[in-house]
Design a protein around this ligand. Structure first.
Ligand code: DC
Length: 230
């Protein structure tokens, strides 16, 4: 019997629905979950907390190496709790500011290299769903199922706005759209692991698709992969 962990990677820009899809798949198939964006968000938060200059590459790399972060499955409906130095920062890392700082630290090659092993350690039997920007291209190039999920910037900004309002945060659509575009540019134009589909990824544009429609497509890919293993 083949005991290789099943790895499913979901990459794409922010607001494409990756996080929701990844969570649903992990629970449906009983797999581990890696929200790699949370790792970069926590690092950004740690940099702010320790007053590390965001232009100081060596200091950010050292912070990434020593980062005290833990992902703990919560008993409540919060899902996975993110702990930075023992403190629950699950809410704090979801702010627009944390997202912006995350995309700045994530553009630094040595920082990405320092976080590589931590991410790979999530791959355990029976398997893993990993969402981010470079899961299928750099972190898990061996993944059996790779999806690149995208949507128009306007649609992603609208979703993000509703999500923030739903969580009780303030949200301004115009500002969020500008931020989405700025972050897209930073994520795709950087030289270190830029946001791009893996050559063997299935590209799905979710602008006019529901979550359930996206899930149907991905389940099909998983079924085909399982069938090919015999
Ligand atoms: O998916 P997210 O919005 O939580 O990610 C926050 C930032 O982290 C995003 O601007 C890009 C960066 N990121 C990355 O560079 N590589 C990943 N694998 C995940 C996130």
């Amino acid at each position: 019997m083949d005991t290789t962990p099943l790895i499913i990677t979901i990459d794409g820009p922010s607001g494409s629905g990756k996080g929701t899809i990844a969570k649903r798949l992990a629970s449906e198939y009983g797999l581990q979950l890696l929200d790699s964006g949370a790792l970069y968000r926590v690092l950004g938060l740690a940099a702010l907390r320790h007053s590390v200059d965001l232009a100081d590459v060596a200091a950010l790399e050292a912070l990434a190496v020593s980062l005290d972060v833990r992902f703990v499955v919560a008993d409540n409906d919060e899902g996975v709790q993110v702990l930075l130095e023992g403190r629950n920062v699950s809410r704090e890392i979801r702010t627009e500011e944390a997202g912006s700082v995350a995309s700045i630290v994530a553009a630094i090659g040595p920082v990405r290299a320092a976080l590589l092993k931590r991410q790979r350690d999530f791959s355990q039997a029976p398997g893993l769903v990993a969402d981010g920007r470079d899961m299928g291209t750099v972190v898990f190039p061996e993944a059996q199922v790779k999806v690149f999920l995208t949507a128009s910037a306007e649609e992603r900004a609208r979703r993000r706005c509703n999500q923030l309002l739903g969580k009780g945060f303030d949200a301004n659509l115009e500002r969020i759209l500008a931020d989405v575009k700025a972050r897209d540019a930073r994520d795709t134009e950087r030289t270190a692991s830029p946001l791009e589909p893996a050559v063997d990824a299935r590209v799905l544009d979710s602008t006019e698709m529901s979550i359930d429609q996206v899930l149907i497509e991905i389940r099909e890919l998983i079924t085909v992969n399982k069938a090919s293993k015999g």
